[in-house]
Design a protein around this ligand. Structure first.
Ligand SMILES: Cc1cc2nc3c(=O)[nH]c(=O)nc-3n(C[C@H](O)[C@H](O)[C@H](O)COP(=O)(O)OP(=O)(O)OC[C@H]3O[C@@H](n4cnc5c(N)ncnc54)[C@H](O)[C@@H]3O)c2cc1C
Length: 533
């Protein structure tokens, strides 16, 4: 878990690189700023855990000889694979709770080794947890699988990180599933291509993880979900290998790819995929549109989505988020609008989008820009990419720093927004005595938006998890009661099961159960995620 050619190492308890963790004066200044904005007394800074203090429970499994050469049982590897990156993971990790680590971490170097380690898990009665970048925010890579298993093996696909083939005629690439965002883009760049899939976790999440969770990219419309780019998949299941045919489209029955997209590691391990790639964009135009209210902004965003202009960026931030993320202090909602093309200038598209915004009270004080890295839009983008390090720091300050997201149809949006906002603020007041809640749209569709909520609240070391649990429950109940989905792109994992089980149709759950039993007869893969025995 290091950077090739350097001594740089991934942080074992939190997000990103060890050398980028917020610390020292930066952390002290953050503590003062957060205490000021939350109106609380000074916040206690909890020091990060130290590897030398960590005593993990003894490993219950020993990999057999042929597998031992690509398996690790050292403290750093086991600790680094204990948690994903949800708020509750961060609280546990910062406070040194590594009580449920994997017994073994396997780093298979080819598909045969993936097959071998899965076979070993099944014969040893162990649970196998597929691990890409480990950025799950829903308990998807946790090792808490109950008492029915003899141990837990985390299967880290990081060594499968190559672009294996490029078909220039069809403009597609065969890519191994363990490739993290930067390595994947770097290899495609040498061909002049991009996958153009940029979730906020891009730096530390993998192609296989994106496919297994149906991740949503940074772009707000059109080709942005990983699903949009899949030509075919290759998956190792305990029952054998499944490989779909490369096709641009197919009406031959239910799609085999769709069975595995979003299967969150419970049906098999995706080892590679043929992905549609794109030429790199060269034409860009962007604008920051100010609206009097969030409702006006939502009307503008809907008009743009329904006009089929397909902006790359169409992110509506409410006034609170516009102020904190983009420095807009006028109380306006902000629509971060951007168009991109590898083929043609996009001036006409942004001009038409600006007209539609104006119909709903939108104004563009700084005018349209041809570079996407200036002004409020640029400020928002850099804080977006740096934010994950800040979240760990907020946990160290004893705060509750959480995000939750959904999608709903436009006809339900006003009510959902109002009711979720009210339920969460009530919960924050009751549980934490206050806090802030902001909302933005991450994606817009012709028939509805994907609202994304951010919570920051004062708490105390020792109380964070129980308080978070109450607020998370209030938010999830309100989302479901108002016609939203329990997740638009964060996946289900273990943490969303309670609400997912109520959202999905019963017969569908039975079908999924039967499929799981066929592909994974011993229920070796990711117990507790998506479905239970
Ligand atoms: C700061 C931050 C920002 C985020 N931003 C976004 C965002 O913008 N959009 C978004 O969609 N999500 C986002 N996420 C959530 C997360 O990054 C995504 O779910 C991502 O797709 C997970 O990829 P990963 O490689 O890290 O998978 P992991 O976390 O390693 O695994 C996720 C799930 O997929 C399974 N899995 C992993 N690899 C494979 C494989 N090869 N075969 C089968 N199953 C596998 C795992 O068992 C687990 O259930 C964010 C998370 C964080 C912490």
């Amino acid at each position: 878990m290091g950077e090739p050619g350097t001594t740089r190492r991934r942080c074992w308890w939190g997000w990103g690189w060890e050398d980028q963790v917020v610390s020292g004066d930066h952390l002290t200044r953050l503590a003062q700023a957060v205490a000021g904005s939350l109106g609380t007394p000074d916040l206690e800074v909890w020091p990060p855990p130290r590897l030398e203090d960590l005593v993990l429970r003894p490993a219950r499994l020993t990999p057999p000889e042929p597998l031992a050469k690509f398996c690790a049982v050292d403290t750093y590897s086991r600790a680094a694979h204990t948690h994903g990156r949800s708020f509750s993971d961060a609280v546990r990790a910062v406070h040194g709770d590594f009580s449920v680590p994997p017994d073994v971490v396997a780093f298979p170097r080819d598909e045969a080794e993936v097959v071998a380690v899965l076979d070993w898990c099944a014969s040893a009665g162990a649970a196998a947890i597929p691990y890409g970048g480990g950025s799950s925010v829903v308990g998807g890579v946790s090792c808490d699988v109950g008492d029915d298993y003899q141990g837990v093996v985390s299967i880290d696909l990081g060594a499968l990180d190559q672009v294996l083939d490029v078909d220039r005629v069809s403009r597609a690439a065969r890519i191994q599933a363990g490739a993290l965002g930067p390595a994947l883009e770097e290899q495609l760049r040498s061909y002049g291509y991009t996958l153009r899939h940029f979730p906020q976790s891009f730096e530390f999440s993998s192609l296989g993880g994106w496919l297994a969770t149906r991740s949503g990219g940074h772009y707000a419309t059109n080709y942005t979900h990983i699903d949009d780019f899949v030509e075919s998949l290759r998956v190792v299941t305990p029952a054998g290998v499944v490989e779909s045919r490369r096709l641009p489209g197919s009406g031959a029955g239910p799609s085999p790819d769709r069975l595995f997209l979003g299967s969150e590691g419970v049906l098999g391990i995706i080892t590679e995929a043929w992905m549609r790639v794109q030429d790199r964009p060269v034409h860009r135009a962007s604008a920051s549109v100010h609206f009097p209210t969030m409702a006006d902004g939502a009307a503008g965003a809907r008009a743009i989505a329904q006009a089929a202009l397909f902006p790359a960026n169409c992110r509506l931030l409410d006034a609170g988020e516009a102020a904190s993320a983009a420095g807009v202090t006028t109380g306006s909602a902000l629509l971060v609008l951007g168009f991109e093309s590898a083929d043609h200038p996009v001036d006409a598209w942004i001009a038409r989008a600006a007209e539609l915004c104006a119909d709903h009270g939108g104004v563009i004080p700084d005018g349209v820009r041809t570079s996407s890295t200036e002004g409020a839009a640029g400020a928002w983008r850099s804080s977006f990419l740096r934010a994950p390090y800040g979240r760990d720091a907020l946990v160290q300050l004893g705060c509750i720093a959480e995000t939750f997201e959904t999608a709903c149809t436009w006809d339900r949006f006003d009510e959902l927004h109002h009711n979720v906002d009210e339920a969460v603020r009530r919960s924050l007041a009751e549980v934490c005595g206050g806090g802030t809640l902001t909302c933005r749209f991450t994606h817009v569709y012709p028939d509805g938006p994907a609202p994304y909520f951010t919570i920051l609240a004062p708490s105390r070391h020792g109380d964070q998890l129980s308080q978070w649990n109450e607020i998370k429950t209030a938010a999830s109940e309100a989302v479901l009661a108002n016609g939203g989905t329990i997740t638009h792109h964060h996946a289900v994992g273990r943490d969303h099961r309670h609400w997912y089980d109520r959202q999905r149709p019963t017969l569908f759950a039975q079908t999924l159960h039967a499929t799981k039993t066929t592909l994974d007869p011993a229920w070796t893969l990711n117990p507790g995620v998506l479905i239970s025995r």
